[in-house]
Design a protein around this ligand. Structure first.
Ligand code: TXA
Ligand code: MG
Length: 349
């Protein structure tokens, strides 16, 4: 049985206590963070953590992030050099996750047998109060593996009811894309996943960072920056076409060929669409906020295909484009794959 916790100002402390007791008792709780919903368990309890993998159908070689709510907790789970620690005292809580050498207190199941662990100090009141009351929480994004991350409690309940012990119903999250992951075990530090914390902010507040081209999200290859990223990710179950050239995208959505396509585009381009169009937003933060939510609308729609435009890759746009590319069935770039897009159009005629 899953308990749905409708948290509000009147029952706040009781709700947090109830969820913390579930975590301490070896159970699983779906909770909000500022990025996406997480599916958490006691980070020091291997049996509890194994329930996360089961609930999500997550492959065992994909490690979990350990969530903390103060710097003392960090010392219990990972090694960090003094200079970086001082910087993080000013930066955290925020959506930047650090990959660090792990301490032996972290069970193998959490790190998938690696000698490193990802540490995250989330900027969300409910998450922080829960962790403070329960101790460090191991949690991946709450979605079932391969599906888009969950950014609202309605989807969390639909997808995970019956699979976890409790779900905190706290509405929509703030950012809508996951945290940025920075590998601090080598210098210069390496960006492992683009996310809600921008590269400009890393360079300004932390230091130089190496950005592998894989961060852009083009390949679905066996070479992966993190174990999790070799798997298909964030994907709606409908086939999504990304048209990278904006003029081509505009031509496409204003043509008469789009009846069977669910169009996902910026506010500006939506007005050109000859058919149903989901407005992702007026600026890149709105697009990030809506992206995963709208992928789920695509799946719920009666359209056979989705088509989406590209966005500039600065700021949070780097994370947005990474998620879009990984979610796409086909990327139409220049002449590349245009024949395959035409095939799909012909098929729907
Ligand atoms: O915003 C977020 O980070 C959310 C919320 C819930 O905190 N969490 C999240 O977790 O996105 P998850 O598990 O969906 O993504 C974590 C990524 C995976 O690609 C995983 O492979 C990688 O981090 N990762 C975790 N531990 C690692 C490790 N020790 N070495 C390399 N990669 C690691
Ligand atoms: Mg995930």
């Amino acid at each position: 049985m899953t308990e749905i916790i409708h948290i509000n100002d009147n029952n706040y402390n009781l709700s947090i206590k109830k969820c913390a007791d579930i975590i301490k008792g070896g159970g699983t709780v779906v909770f909000p963070t500022e990025t996406v919903y997480g599916l958490g368990a006691d980070a020091f309890n291997p049996e509890a953590c194994s329930k996360i993998f089961k609930a999500k159908n997550r492959p065992a070689d994909n490690p979990l992030i350990v969530h903390i709510s103060n710097m003392k907790m960090l010392d219990r789970v990972a090694y960090i050099d003094d200079e970086l620690k001082e910087k993080m005292k000013d930066i955290w809580p925020s959506p930047i996750t650090l990959l660090l050498k792990k301490k032996n207190t972290v069970p193998d199941i959490v790190s998938a047998g690696l000698d490193t662990v990802c540490i995250r100090f989330p900027d969300n009141r409910i998450a922080l109060d829960l962790i403070e009351a329960s101790g460090p929480i191991a949690a991946p994004s709450a979605n079932i593996s391969t599906k888009p991350s969950i950014v609202d409690s309605g989807t969390a309940i639909k997808e995970l009811n019956g699979r976890v012990d409790a779900i905190i119903d706290a509405g929509r999250v703030k950012y809508g894309v996951e945290s940025t992951i920075l590998d601090c075990t080598q210098t210069p530090y390496r960006l492992l996943r683009a996310g809600a914390f921008t590269v400009d902010d890393i360079e300004y507040m932390i230091g130089d960072v190496y950005i592998d081209p894989l961060v852009k999200g083009y390949t679905q290859s066996k070479v992966a920056l993190t174990p999790g990223l070799k798997y298909r990710h964030y994907a709606p179950s409908k086939k999504l076409f990304l048209i990278e050239n904006e003029d081509k995208f505009r031509d496409f959505i204003s043509s008469g060929n789009v009846q069977d396509f669910f169009i996902l585009s910026s506010d500006q381009n939506c007005s050109l669409a000859n058919g149903e169009c989901i407005n992702l937003g007026k600026d890149i933060y709105e697009v990030a906020h809506n992206l995963f939510y709208d992928f789920r609308l695509l799946d719920a729609s009666d359209k056979k295909y989705g088509v989406i435009q590209s966005f500039p890759e600065n700021g949070i746009g780097l994370a947005v484009m990474n998620r879009i590319r990984k979610a796409s069935f086909l990327i139409v770039k220049g002449k590349e794959n245009i024949d395959k897009l035409n095939e799909a159009i012909n098929e729907t005629r």
